[in-house]
Design a protein around this ligand. Structure first.
Ligand code: NAD
Length: 362
């Protein structure tokens, strides 16, 4: 029984097929057939080129090419290049293999063509479970939702995550935790998604410290990828709030790395929202086995030697005022109203890498 007193919510399920387990990659050809596609364009970042080439070879005549120029935050020029290549090759399906950057580019292409996406995630970013697409132009990252870009099929193969370094595992894992945290207090939060989100935080809190210490543990890698799935599904079904907004601002305006930015900001955004979302905080703290949601997140990160300050990931102090201005410039949902000076203080804490502060009740 949910702890909420009066239940009132909307739940929209996201129609996608998930195939989970070690060795799922081998099922790609049959899953392509299931989609009725025959001209696959494989999409990847330069770092995953080898994996993409191997997959294209495995697909044989079903593959029409590999586009390996995906980069973070989907610059508008990259989207244009990808769309042109997909049209030139007459592709009828996009297979994104890699992290959120590969998925993001596939979404930008599918948004125009309408062809289906099959995702094979190799990080914990979670974009594969959402209908949110993003595009960066002139230093501003625009995000919107469209059911057209929701991947039809997702193959989760934990073996593909083994190559993630300890730092990438920790930060990408905290990106998934951030999806769960915000789904608990987003505007479209609901009891079903809250179950998934709490379970996602629990799975990540149990698995990530093990992944960092024993990167070859398939059990820990599987549990972390399961947590990442729950994170993506929670984000896809319930949406986001202040934390994601700040991450998009810092990514778009200052080109800060996505997963690291999520990692640094999450304890601070959680602390900011704590007075306005007590039930969400109760769930987060319970999943972390901590007395406090925000402090528990900070302790989890510190225990993995994850980055804790914006300064350490490339932010310049001069940018903090601009970031705070951007945060309040456009209205968006958050359980606690966005106050410019308070956001500036939050950003200052994150810049310095301090433990999250306790904000007064509202
Ligand atoms: P990424 O895809 O850019 O990957 C980061 C780096 O790690 C890349 O160099 C990549 O080649 C490498 N990499 C990927 N998998 C690896 C592996 N298994 N082993 C070793 N290296 C690996 O980063 P990301 O954090 O996965 O995704 C970030 C992007 O995804 C951002 O643009 C973000 O906005 C977007 N995103 C979108 C949504 C959404 O719902 N639309 C959700 C989450 C993230």
């Amino acid at each position: 029984m949910p702890s909420e007193q009066k239940l009132s919510f909307v739940y929209q399920s996201q129609p996608s097929r998930v195939v989970f387990g070690e060795g799922s990659l081998a099922k790609t050809p049959e899953e392509i057939d299931r989609l009725g596609a025959s001209r696959v364009l494989v999409i990847a970042t330069p770092g995953r080129k080898k994996l993409a080439d191997e997959l294209a070879a495995r697909l044989g005549s079903k593959s029409v090419g590999v586009f390996d120029r995906a980069v973070m935050h989907v610059p508008a020029e990259t989207a244009q290049e990808g769309r042109a290549e997909a049209a030139r090759l007459n592709a009828d399906c996009y297979v994104a293999i890699g992290g959120g950057s590969a998925t993001g580019l596939a979404k930008a292409i599918a948004l125009i063509s309408g062809h289906p996406i099959l995702c094979i995630p190799t990080t914990y970013a979670g974009s594969e479970m959402t209908s949110t697409w993003g595009l960066t132009e002139g230093g501003i990252k625009k995000n919107a939702r469209d059911p057209l870009v929701l991947p039809k099929t997702v193959l989760y193969d934990p073996a593909l995550t083994m190559s993630m370094s300890a730092t990438l595992s920790a930060t990408s894992g905290m990106n998934a935790v951030a999806h769960c945290v915000e789904a608990l207090y987003a505007q479209e939060a609901n009891p079903i998604v809250s179950l998934m989100a709490e379970e996602g935080i629990r799975a990540m809190a149990r698995s990530l410290p093990v992944v960092v210490k024993e990167p070859a543990s398939m059990e820990a890698r599987s549990l972390a990828l399961y947590g990442a799935w729950l994170g993506g599904a929670s984000l896809g079904a319930a949406g986001m709030a202040l934390h994601h907004k700040l991450c998009h601002i810092l990514g778009g305006a200052f080109n800060l790395p996505h997963a690291e930015t999520h990692t640094v900001l999450l304890p601070h955004a959680t602390a900011y929202n704590a007075p306005a979302a007590p039930q969400a905080m109760e769930r987060i703290a319970r999943a972390l086995q901590s007395k406090s949601a925000a402090q528990g997140l900070y302790a989890l990160e510190a225990g993995m030697d994850a980055p804790l300050s914006l300064e350490s990931i490339g932010m310049k102090r001069e940018g903090l005022d601009h970031a705070a201005d951007l945060a309040v410039k456009t209205p968006s949902y958050n359980p606690r109203p966005l106050e410019r000076d308070a956001i500036r203080a939050l950003l200052e804490d994150a810049f310095e890498g301090r433990p999250p502060r306790t904000w007064p009740s509202i």
